[in-house]
Design a protein around this ligand. Structure first.
Ligand code: HEC
Ligand code: HEC
Ligand code: HEC
Ligand code: HEC
Ligand code: HEC
Length: 477
């Protein structure tokens, strides 16, 4: 604790007091409102903090509001209390010095057993407080880095990303492993921009939807490559695409492609195939023509010995956007916040029989139900099953609906689940708000490989970036 900074006046000695000066000081603290509050707040915070820390460590508490209380509210209370106590002494120093105390009494005399006792007590309390704060800040540090904190505390804003994340292959990878990565500098940057985001949330002026691409996402090679490294994958990967049509809900059309995943070829030791773009001896850079990076102007490939090749397209000169080094995110922009494609999801429902394919017209009606706009997720929850029943009744009559009610309700529940996994009207997140760059399904909207592989970007010598189907995939054999 700080000693009041008052110069003693040797002429004006006070008569000796009965109890020790330190004790008087403490006693006085009790009598000021600020001091009293400081002591109570500290005592209450510390007691609750110790109890809830033990409860957390023993796994008795698994509630995020309790965590916020433990790791944010209580430590702030404790610090606030601890600061108020000396502050109250300081503010009231005049009164006390006039009455019972003189600055002389505040000298510490180690041969006085009372002083020794007080000092030992003070040291013990300080050690306990510091230890407690250290444990809390360590646990709090991990808590503010947890998906819980990112996804739940900011519930309304992050709900779409958090929901999509929870059903992705990366559901057990914490947000910070992709968004921040290791190293103190990125940690500090993230916490600073985090504070700005918290402010935006309180003021309600954040963007809806949260914009993609994330402008200053850490280069993926620092984050993804903690777990995946392109030296490791190679060869081909067969992928099967199964779809139905409104005309045929029973027999799927099946398309199999063998993707030339590539990576390092262990025989030739060179990078090839799709992961060639992230070879360790090649750098592909590009200059987008818009913020969404859906239109690409110039592309520059720098090879091993500094040889470069530049491709451009008509209009590229106008772009003033920053150059970007291509990394994992330029193709895998949706590794974890994966939103469904509406028709693909309905086809999955038909295939897995969660939508009954024997109900004539159910595919078309499902599309209508899901494309319809609902003002909120609650409204959708109330209306989706009903809407499907109505559409089927229009198509087949009320008797049909009564007969197939159970299977229509099961199908409707699947549609509702699909809706709730993908649409957030309050955040303006709807079908296709966040398309994926993988492949060329959304090429018309400027997403995917054909942003560059369009046979239109060319070098001075007329070499273009190929759109030959066999460059990227072939029929599996
Ligand atoms: C496997 C890596 C990974 C994990 C884990 C991850 N993210 Fe992301 N996230 C990304 C990538 C990559 C983007 C950028 C997409 C883009 O730029 O188009 C992104 C984008 C976002 C966006 C911007 C909006 C959008 O959908 O593009 C938000 C918000 C977000 N993440 C929040 C979170 C939260 C909250 C968590 C944890 C619950 C999390 N992320 C976990 C990789 C990840
Ligand atoms: C902390 C480790 C970790 C990090 C960081 C990580 N991943 Fe993964 N990733 C995994 C694991 C584990 C799997 C396998 C999940 C499975 O097989 O179900 C996986 C799976 C994948 C897959 C295959 C998904 C599929 O549908 O089969 C892709 C693609 C991928 N990750 C890309 C990325 C990208 C891009 C990043 C960086 C933005 C990234 N990962 C960051 C651990 C990680
Ligand atoms: C040029 C686009 C592109 C880039 C850049 C890219 N990938 Fe991929 N990656 C793909 C495609 C396409 C696939 C196969 C698609 C699928 O499985 O659906 C794939 C597949 C994968 C898989 C799954 C492999 C498997 O055998 O299932 C992982 C993991 C992966 N990529 C990680 C990465 C990482 C990490 C980076 C950055 C170092 C990266 N990719 C860069 C396009 C790319
Ligand atoms: C930013 C531009 C850009 C994007 C986006 C892009 N590519 Fe490329 N890609 C290139 C360039 C440039 C080359 C090299 C062309 C050459 O040298 O002939 C290339 C070459 C390739 C090659 C041949 C690699 C080898 O073995 O030499 C494959 C395969 C390929 N890309 C697949 C993909 C796939 C799949 C995607 C989408 C998931 C994709 N690319 C997205 C720019 C891009
Ligand atoms: C630059 C690389 C590249 C080229 C060139 C390319 N594709 Fe693809 N294609 C992909 C990738 C990557 C996927 C996988 C998408 C995914 O995993 O969702 C894909 C998926 C597909 C699919 C199945 C999924 C869908 O979108 O319907 C079909 C069909 C297809 N390609 C046809 C073609 C045809 C036909 C050509 C030639 C005109 C072609 N592709 C050229 C990269 C390419």
């Amino acid at each position: 604790m700080t000693t009041p900074d008052i110069t003693p006046d040797p002429q004006n000695q006070q008569p000796p007091v009965h109890h020790g000066a330190w004790q008087s000081l403490l006693n006085c603290t009790w009598r000021t409102p600020l001091g009293l509050m400081g002591i109570s707040v500290t005592t209450i915070s510390i007691t609750l903090l110790v109890i809830s820390l033990f409860a957390h460590m023993a796994g008795l508490i698994d509630n995020h509001y309790a965590s916020i209380f433990t790791f944010l509210v209580l430590p702030i209370g404790m610090l606030f209390g601890l600061v108020s106590i000396p502050l109250s002494c300081f503010l009231h120093r005049r009164g006390w010095f006039g009455a019972t105390l003189s600055a002389d009494h505040l000298t510490i005399n180690l041969s006085d057993p009372k002083h020794r006792k007080t000092i030992i007590l003070f040291l013990v309390l300080t050690v306990i407080n510091v230890t407690l704060l250290a444990v809390v800040s360590y646990e709090g540090y991990h808590f503010t880095d947890s998906p819980y904190f990112c996804g739940v505390v900011c519930h309304k804003v992050m709900d779409p990303e958090y929901t999509a994340y929870q059903r992705s292959p990366h559901a057990k990878v914490s947000c910070v492993e992709c968004h921040i990565g290791s190293g103190a500098d990125w940690y500090v940057r993230a916490k600073i921009s985090g504070l700005r985001q918290v402010q935006a949330v309180f003021q309600g002026n954040y963007s809806r939807p949260v914009p993609a691409p994330v402008e200053h996402l850490r280069p993926a090679r620092d984050t993804c490559e903690q777990c995946h490294w392109p030296e490791k994958f190679h060869g081909k990967k067969v992928k099967t695409f199964i779809s139905f049509s409104n005309k045929d809900q029973l027999e799927p059309s099946v398309q199999e492609i063998a993707l030339h995943i590539g990576g390092r070829n262990p025989v030739t030791d060179t990078f090839e195939g799709i992961h060639w773009h992230v070879s360790n001896n090649i750098k592909v850079q590009y200059q987008p023509m818009n913020d969404k990076r859906t239109q690409i102007g110039r592309i520059k490939v720098t090879k091993d010995k500094g040889v470069t090749e530049e491709y451009t397209v008509a209009g590229a000169e106008e772009s003033t956007h920053e150059w970007r080094t291509m990394d994992c995110i330029d193709c895998h922009n949706r590794p974890t916040h994966v939103y469904d494609d509406l028709e693909e999801r309905i086809d999955f429902g038909l295939l897995s029989k969660r939508i009954d394919p024997n109900l004539a017209g159910i595919r078309e009606d499902s599309i209508t139900v899901l494309k319809k706009e609902y003002t909120s997720r609650d409204e959708a929850s109330e209306q989706i099953v009903e809407t499907l029943l109505d559409l089927q009744a229009e198509r087949h009559g009320a008797e049909f609906v009564a007969k197939n009610e159970q299977s229509l309700i099961t199908s409707g529940s699947f549609l509702l689940e699909t809706y709730l996994n993908n649409i957030w009207p309050a955040m303006n997140v709807t079908w296709n708000t966040y398309p994926a760059h993988m492949g060329h399904r959304y090429a018309d909207e400027g997403f995917g490989c054909f942003r560059c592989h369009d046979e239109e970007h060319s070098t001075n010598f007329g070499k273009v970036i190929s759109q030959d189907c066999a460059l990227c995939h072939d029929e599996p054999n």
